[in-house]
Write a protein of this length. Structure first.
Ligand code: G
Ligand code: MN
Length: 238
């Protein structure tokens, strides 16, 4: 018998948070780090498997709480001035702990950007109300994975995010796809007109970086600058 619940419990106990730099290439400085959940439980080393299991077992809130308290703890050793990006699962918008002004993460909310995707649970009415409550607590809001299929353009209009993260599927081989470049360039213009900033995710190569910069995007994240690591590692500039 495959004891999924037991394995998930172990995964939760053995979870930790990795940090990946988001660089501001114009300032030549780290803009932020994204917190990414990881676990030592062998069967859930892939984060998508860990998260899917949490969904299946109804444990999304528990996983989110674990991540948020780990980020709040790690924040003390983060370089001064950098923001911390934290993923929020759509189902967490119903977790009262996320809205607790006394929670450890809320104490540092001005340094935290919450990344929201529409993958699951972002009700068109409830979602924006909940997101407004998070802003009230001092958090900034990012729309994650735009262009991946689930994060709809509607989120731009209803949430008016501070930051929009373009999914790596839009970024991959950008230099070799004129049509993709047109889409990315138009997205960047649209987001700026709404008063937000754009982060390009999953930047792996120098030609991709050059095409992104040509599109007017200055915040970049990806293996070209650094993988997720236990520490707040300095980026590699290439
Ligand atoms: O859904 P979200 O965008 O938060 O997921 C980010 C995931 O993408 C993380 O698991 C991270 O390890 C991975 N990632 C970060 N940078 C890169 C990259 O440059 N290339 C690829 N293939 N994956 C990346
Ligand atoms: Mn993310």
């Amino acid at each position: 018998l495959d004891d999924v619940a037991g394995r998930f419990e172990r995964a939760l106990e053995r979870s930790w948070v990795a940090f990946q730099p988001i660089v501001d290439i114009r300032a030549h400085a780290v803009f932020a780090y994204e917190a990414l959940v990881r676990t030592e439980e062998d069967s859930m080393k892939r984060p998508d498997v860990l998260i899917a299991t949490a969904e299946r077992l109804g444990r999304v809130h528990d996983l989110g709480r674990q991540v948020r308290s780990a980020v709040a703890k790690a924040a003390a050793s983060a370089p001064p001035g950098v923001l911390l990006f934290v993923n929020v699962h759509g189902l967490e918008l119903t977790d009262e702990d996320l809205f607790d002004a006394k929670s450890p993460l809320a104490q540092i909310s001005s340094r935290v950007v919450l990344e929201i995707t529409e993958r699951i649970g972002l009700d068109p009415i409830v979602g924006p109300t909940r997101v407004a409550m998070l802003r009230q607590l001092g958090y900034q809001i990012a729309v994650d994975d735009l262009g991946a299929g689930y994060a709809a353009l509607g989120a731009l209009a209803t949430l008016v995010p501070d930051i929009v993260k373009l999914d790596m599927s839009l970024i991959r081989d950008l230099n070799r796809h004129p049509a993709k470049r047109r889409v990315v360039g138009a997205m960047a213009t649209l987001v700026r007109e709404l008063g937000g900033h754009v982060v390009a995710e999953g930047v792996e190569t120098i030609p991709e970086r050059d095409a992104i910069v040509d599109s007017g995007i200055e915040l970049l994240q990806g293996y070209l600058y650094g993988r997720p690591t236990r520490e707040f590692s300095a980026p590699t500039w290439s």
